[in-house]
Ligand binder design. Structure first.
Ligand code: SPV
Ligand code: MG
Length: 431
């Protein structure tokens, strides 16, 4: 009897999947691969049920003989191990980033004479509705909020990119690239004080108030599902901070990062070029404790940001603070630096990890941008934030366009570098 292999990465079975099983069943013994959680988050959508539940779900389906875990999106292991006569897939992976995975499957099958069979992808109104419902579910606060903690467990590093509007949120949500036969995408979004303020034409001095920051978060949440880390600046007055924690938690924000500074906050990348005052360990710990005490779920994270290296207070001070903040209840720490070389970040992480193996470490490699995610992970970093690159790429592009229109008294000269009209009017999906 022939064997047929097909990989599923869905939490809900709809008629498209049933069609595939029916088709497969006619060809032979049906083996379904359940794509593992860690592969699924890079490939498709974040799971609303875990891989064990998905395996049980698939096992119950009529016509399925066996379910195995597919640990990697590339199929290499499963195909080499199972050597199925056929691999069955919907025909919707011929174009776009998934095409590389398809090519790889074809190559693997050629090694021993297996065959790829593609069936027309079922995409009717009912299937579309189920897809949309699943997406909407992921956008609900109870799903989104806990997703950051889940990702920290699942990923070597949680890749986070800045978002300050619905549009930048969509870029964070939807950008997928294929690299060496694997797909990749961002895991989470950072609502940066610098970029949120800059988008409003305001300086990054806690001038954009919380109501406005919440409005930005809401705009992003309207069109995305990925978890949000808020740059909470200094957290403000403790008496206000505790109310904001409740609000953020209720909205479905996953974490707030507050920095140990007081008085008029200026952006850290100024370092000591401007006057900035670090808070005392006691005061800042009190703020962390107060915040943690009002939280209503176990999902939400308060992450303490240490400014000692930025303010040239030394490694010992940074480490003392890190341990004190974790003792006060911080769910993680962020260590910041404006050096070009990541050496002091590595040193901090190594020394912190000697004593604390678990508290998540967050870094923002804006100045030390030659460092890779892999290197950071090898020093115990859990979350990497690309804090301002979208804003910094958009502004010069817009400025150049404005200058050239003024220069040429018409828009023709800039047109080649613009998104085509057809694309901009269809960029945003309608419901
Ligand atoms: C931000 O993005 O606003 C930050 C990170 O706080 S930094 O600008 O590097 O201070
Ligand atoms: Mg900031």
């Amino acid at each position: 009897m022939k064997t047929v292999y097909t990989c599923f990465c869905t939490d809900i079975i709809h008629e498209g999947h049933l069609n595939i099983i029916e088709h497969a069943h006619k060809l032979g013994k049906v083996i379904i691969g359940a794509l593992s959680d860690k592969a699924l988050i890079r490939y498709n959508k974040f799971p609303t049920i875990d891989q064990d539940e998905r395996i049980r779900l698939y096992e119950k389906l009529d016509g399925v003989d066996k379910v195995v875990l597919q640990d990697d999106m590339t199929y290499d292991d499963v195909i080499r191990q199972l050597r199925p006569d056929y691999v069955l897939h919907g025909d919707n992976w011929k174009n776009g980033p998934e095409a590389a995975i398809r090519e790889n499957v074809i190559r693997l099958l050629e090694e021993y004479g297996g065959e790829l069979i593609e069936v027309p992808y079922t995409y009717n109104d009912k299937v579309k509705k189920i897809d949309n419902q699943l997406r909407e579910k992921l956008a609900m606060p109870e799903y989104r909020r806990k997703r950051l903690r889940q990702l920290i467990e699942m990923c070597p590093v949680v890749k986070t990119i800045e978002a300050h509007s619905g549009l930048t949120g969509l870029i964070a949500e939807k950008t997928v690239v294929e690299n060496n036969g694997k797909l990749d995408q961002f895991d989470a979004m950072w609502v940066s004080s610098l970029c949120d303020s800059t988008a409003k034409g305001k300086p990054d001095i806690e001038l954009v108030d919380m109501s406005s920051r919440l409005r930005t978060i809401d705009d992003i949440m309207e069109v995305t599902t990925k978890p949000i880390i808020l740059d909470g600046d200094t957290g403000g007055l403790t008496e206000h901070f505790i109310y904001n924690i409740r609000t953020l938690e209720r909205m479905g924000v996953s974490a707030v990062i507050i920095e140990d500074k007081t008085g008029l906050k200026k952006n850290s990348l100024f370092g000591n070029e401007v006057k900035q005052t670090q808070d005392t360990i006691e005061n800042f710990c009190e703020k962390i404790r107060a915040g943690k005490s009002v939280q209503l779920t176990d999902d939400f994270m308060i992450i303490a940001r240490i400014e000692s290296l930025i303010l040239e207070q030394g490694m010992e001070d940074a480490l003392t603070r890190a341990f004190a903040y974790v003792d006060a209840g911080a769910d993680g720490i962020m260590i910041h630096s404006r050096k070009k070389d990541p050496a002091e970040i590595f040193e901090f992480c190594d020394k912190f990890r000697e004593q604390n193996k678990t508290a998540p470490i967050v870094v923002v490699p804006t100045s030390f941008n030659t460092v890779t995610e892999e290197e950071l992970a090898s020093h115990g970093v859990n979350i990497v934030i690309y804090a301002n690159q979208l804003t910094r790429s958009a502004f010069p592009a817009m400025q150049k366009t404005a200058e050239d229109i003024l220069r040429y008294h018409r828009a023709k000269e800039v047109d080649d570098r613009l998104m085509p009209i057809k694309e901009i009017i269809t960029l945003i999906d309608e419901l």
